[in-house]
Design a binder for this molecule. Structure first.
Ligand code: ATP
Ligand code: MG
Length: 455
């Protein structure tokens, strides 16, 4: 079945010209004014609307308002006379998806309609996915549906109710702390505390007394007895973040807790029994630190009872859309903004970027998009610009001709065009079909332009 398209223009010649150019690809309806258009929209399932901004006595802007109030509005593209781009931009601000200027380039119109259609299905898929996030692909706060994350989830569910010590390894921003929270929540001791210690943030002496507490007068400045973090976590869990940074003398004490389940406060010889579940994390390889001689091997074995490896985001791209949608919802709520989908171009950019900062970086990028977009979608221009400048991922694309992003080339139109083409190729990971889509061109036109650039 062909997608349905309604063309609204007060000039009969334009309507019929467009109809004959597009009827092979679309099921075309036409109307000369607002009333006729609304009648069709209410009786037929129209997916795409292409309307002139000036409709004789009627206004395309009014039509747009009525269309957007429909329960399932079509994607609207406005046609505008050359020179009235301001009005077209205003139409986009009010919810039109895009605009084309007259005289029309039929190639461009067709390409835009196809992109609009894809964006519509992607957006509705996005909305559905956002709804699903709450119900599926989520244990506690961990979102993910990739095979790698399913494995992580299974492991968590398996070990959470036990007392086994867990070592979480993974690059920065992959979700190690989220996993620690989940392990604790699913531990079956929900009322108990999760105590978090960032081991790299404290000097060796401070860390020791932070972890194990001290007696009054144990060292200069110890004016009061202090209960350490292990004692505070008694009956619950302790999360030792960046455990690889712990100095050798504290490592010895930690080993004792793990093997004997007792500790002594600094300045005391009285052993105190504690019942704490230990979860440790590191973004370095703890095995590597053992080999380098900075981490005790016996402590490594005690910590490494169950090891959870958090895969980097670039190795589980299937999770990107799901995570992005969840963050869209979170930041829309937080900023009291309507929930908007990502445009297909923006989504494509997110899917091809390499994410050195992993999920944390994705979260910040989505927050930026939510805050910057005043339109009905979040598009590439609302995302941080470093995403475009970054070399695209090498993993899932044909290698592009080496892309060097130079400084903006001033006002020369050819140079600007060449720059836009380079950026789009970079964003599309060198894939010319995707780059053409990003540029709003047909693949053929892009090929021609590339030939002109590199004859
Ligand atoms: N699977 C996930 N589902 C939902 N949110 C996630 C997920 N993974 C990470 N996040 C979010 O990403 C951000 C970074 O996660 P987290 O702090 O757990 O990373 P980390 O591995 O501990 O990083 P670092 O090594 O820098 O401390 C947090 O805001 C967290 O909520
Ligand atoms: Mg962390």
């Amino acid at each position: 079945m062909l997608p349905t398209l309604l063309i609204v223009d007060d000039e009969r010649a334009t309507r019929e010209g467009l109809r004959s150019a597009l009827e092979e690809e679309f099921d075309v309806y036409t109307a000369a004014g607002t009333a006729e258009a609304m009648k069709i929209l209410k009786s037929e399932p129209i997916e795409l609307l292409l309307t002139d901004l000036r409709l004789g006595a009627d206004s395309g802007m009014d039509l747009l308002a009525s269309v957007l109030a429909l329960p399932e509005p079509p994607v609207a593209i406005m046609m505008t006379a050359y020179g009235s781009v301001d009005t077209a931009v205003e139409a986009m601000r009010r919810g039109a998806w895009h605009f084309v200027t007259k005289p029309l380039n039929l190639d461009e119109v067709e390409m835009l309609l196809k992109r609009a259609l894809r964006s519509r299905s992607l957006e509705s898929e996005n909305r559905q996915l956002t709804r699903q996030v709450q119900q599926t692909h989520k244990i506690d706060r961990i979102i993910g549906k990739s095979a790698a994350m399913n494995e992580v989830s299974e492991l968590i569910q398996q070990v959470a109710p036990t007392r086994a010590t867990v070592l979480i390894e993974g690059e920065s921003g992959t979700g190690k702390e989220v996993v620690a929270h989940t392990l604790h929540h699913l531990s079956g001791r929900p009322a108990a505390k999760l105590v978090i210690v960032h081991c790299a943030a404290l000097s060796p002496q401070l860390l020791e007394s932070e972890l194990f507490g001290h007696e009054k007068g144990a060292f200069t400045g110890a004016a009061q007895r202090r209960i350490g973090r292990f004692e505070q976590a008694d009956g619950g869990s302790i999360f030792l973040d960046e455990v690889g940074e712990i100095d050798p003398s504290t490592q010895v004490k930690l080993l004792r807790i793990l093997s004997e389940r007792t500790l002594e406060r600094v300045g005391s010889n009285t052993p105190i029994k504690i019942d704490v579940r230990v979860i440790a994390a590191t973004n370095k390889s703890l095995r590597g630190l053992v080999d380098a001689g900075s981490f005790r091997e016996d402590l490594f074995f005690r910590l490494n009872v169950v090891r959870i490896h958090m895969p980097p985001l670039r190795a589980r791209r299937e999770d990107i859309v799901l995570l992005a949608n969840s963050f869209l919802e979170e930041f829309a709520k937080e900023n009291h903004r309507p929930l908007k989908p990502l445009s297909d171009a923006a989504l494509h950019l997110l899917l091809t970027y390499d994410w050195p900062g992993n999920v944390r970086e994705l979260r910040t990028v989505i927050e930026h998009g939510v805050v910057m977009s005043n339109e009905t979608v979040i598009d590439i221009r609302h995302l941080p610009q470093f995403l475009l400048a970054a070399p695209a991922s090498a993993e899932d694309s044909t290698p592009p001709a080496k892309i060097a992003l130079e400084k903006p080339p001033g006002f020369n139109l050819h140079a600007l065009e060449a720059d836009a083409i380079r950026c789009a190729l970079a964003a599309a990971g060198g894939n010319r079909t995707h780059a053409a889509e990003l540029l709003g061109l047909s693949r053929r036109t892009l090929q021609r332009k590339l030939k002109d650039l590199h004859p």
